[in-house]
Design a protein around this ligand. Structure first.
Ligand code: PNS
Length: 168
């Protein structure tokens, strides 16, 4: 049985992430998606919210499990008895960072390999960061994520706005 972990921030998940998860679920027996808890990026959604969003969005894929994690991706891989770390590659601009991360992970854990899935062309431009930017300015989000994730994002943006107004 080959288990893959797919670590990431998923703040929130996009069609690009869901495409990688779905395709990984075909190639590997089990895919454990790891939602990074201690991100230096100060995420918009809490780790519980990001996990729940992903659980809902992948509920129809039986061999996919969603879990929060702390610390190193290679440790998360070992804890889940995974032989493989999966990452998506959208464009050449992703490559340098992803290569460095894969090489670091290989030094830390030579028994865990990184496998890159190239993102489907229709999602090549999609990122959580850009989706949040479009959401902040009220743009059309329908090409970025499924309706329930868009709703969660719009609710969160409204919550942020209300909090700001209450402080002022
Ligand atoms: O979705 P992201 O933000 O591109 O995911 C990045 C992630 C979570 C895969 C990366 O930051 C990570 O692996 N963090 C855990 C810490 C770690 O293992 N660092 C060593 C590899 S650089």
């Amino acid at each position: 049985m080959v288990t893959a972990v797919y670590p990431g921030s998923f703040d929130p998940a996009t069609y690009g992430h869901l495409d990688v998860i779905r395709r990984a679920s075909v190639s590997f027996d089990r895919v454990v998606v790891g939602v990074l808890h201690n991100s230096a990026k100060s995420p918009l959604f809490s780790v519980e919210e990001r996990v729940n969003i992903l659980k809902k969005a992948t509920r129809d894929i039986p061999n996919v499990i969603i879990k929060p994690f702390n610390g190193l991706s290679v440790n998360f891989a070992r804890e889940n008895e995974a032989q493989v770390i999966v990452r998506g590659l959208r464009a050449v601009t992703d490559f340098e960072y992803e290569l460095q991360m894969a090489q670091t992970n290989r030094v830390l854990a030579p028994d865990v390999d990184t496998v890159f899935l190239t993102t489907s062309l229709e999602y090549a431009y999609v990122s959580s960061t850009i989706m949040k930017e479009v959401a902040r300015f009220g743009g059309d989000l329908s090409k970025f994520a499924p309706p329930e994730i868009i709703q969660a994002l719009q609710d969160k943006m409204q919550e942020e706005k209300d909090n700001k107004e209450n402080v002022q």
